[in-house]
Design a protein around this ligand. Structure first.
Ligand code: AMP
Length: 223
């Protein structure tokens, strides 16, 4: 049974969704002078929107969730607080998804207060409506049931994190794993298949990290 609801998103879907989002923005009549990508998830959609909307100006803001020492409360922070003047410009703030909406809300507040564009609208590929604290001005897909979208630009990071979580839990009762067993368990836990290259690279990273040790053709979990 799947433990974490996950959906694998392909590059083709990203292009299709970005094209669809651009059409929605265009038909609303909003013509941004500048696109602002929310780092890191908004980079690819923002670049594609520049193409589909013929926008030349692209910049970025890094608004990130960070876990406080106690790891209970999560708070969004703007990482590099540089100053620019967007006076008179119509801006479009772009991210991949609105989940809680915390990072976008913070980015919007920072930009309005410090960069002062004439207008600022938000566009995202996806919007998880039941949990989001904000509704973007433009979105392509409304998600009604929470899912982790495994976007192509975080495939290695996510695979690593997913295997780490899985082996930390499963390693309590089973210490030795063949590669094939790790992959089968991954599919069982997450219901997706990221491909052999990603499994292998993620395992190498977990070996470097010290979570697992190679022993012949097996892997030993150090929990
Ligand atoms: P949030 O501030 O909770 O709206 O989300 C911050 C960022 O985390 C998003 O821009 C995504 O890059 C990532 N993220 C959050 N939730 C998801 C999800 N359900 N699937 C994929 N990525 C997500």
């Amino acid at each position: 049974m799947v433990k974490v609801n996950t959906k694998l998103v392909s590059w083709e879907e990203i292009v299709e969704w970005s094209r669809g989002l651009a059409k929605i923005i265009k038909s609303s009549g909003y013509k941004p002078d500048v696109i602002i990508a929310v780092a890191r998830g908004g980079y690819v959609p923002a670049r594609l929107l520049c193409d589909f909307l013929m926008v030349e100006n692209l910049l970025s803001i890094q608004s990130q969730h960070w876990t406080e020492a106690a790891k209970v409360a999560e708070k969004a922070v703007i990482k590099f607080q540089y100053s620019i003047d967007l006076n008179g410009a119509k801006a479009l703030l772009v991210d991949d998804i609105v989940d809680t909406g915390e990072s976008l809300m913070l980015a919007k507040e920072f930009i309005v207060r410090n960069w002062r564009p004439k207008e600022l609208k938000i566009a995202t590929l996806q919007w998880i409506s039941p949990v989001a604290k904000i509704k973007p001005d433009y979105y392509f897909i409304e998600v009604k049931d929470w899912v982790w979208f495994q976007y192509p630009w975080t495939r290695l990071e996510d695979t690593c994190q997913f295997i780490r979580r899985m082996l930390t839990e499963e390693g309590k009762s089973k210490r030795e794993w063949y590669l094939g067993e790790i992959i089968d368990k991954f599919r069982e836990w997450y219901g997706i298949d990221v491909g052999m290259e990603y499994y292998k690279e993620a395992i190498e990273l977990l070996i470097e990290e010290g979570l697992i040790v190679r022993s012949g053709d097996k892997y030993l979990v150090r929990v």
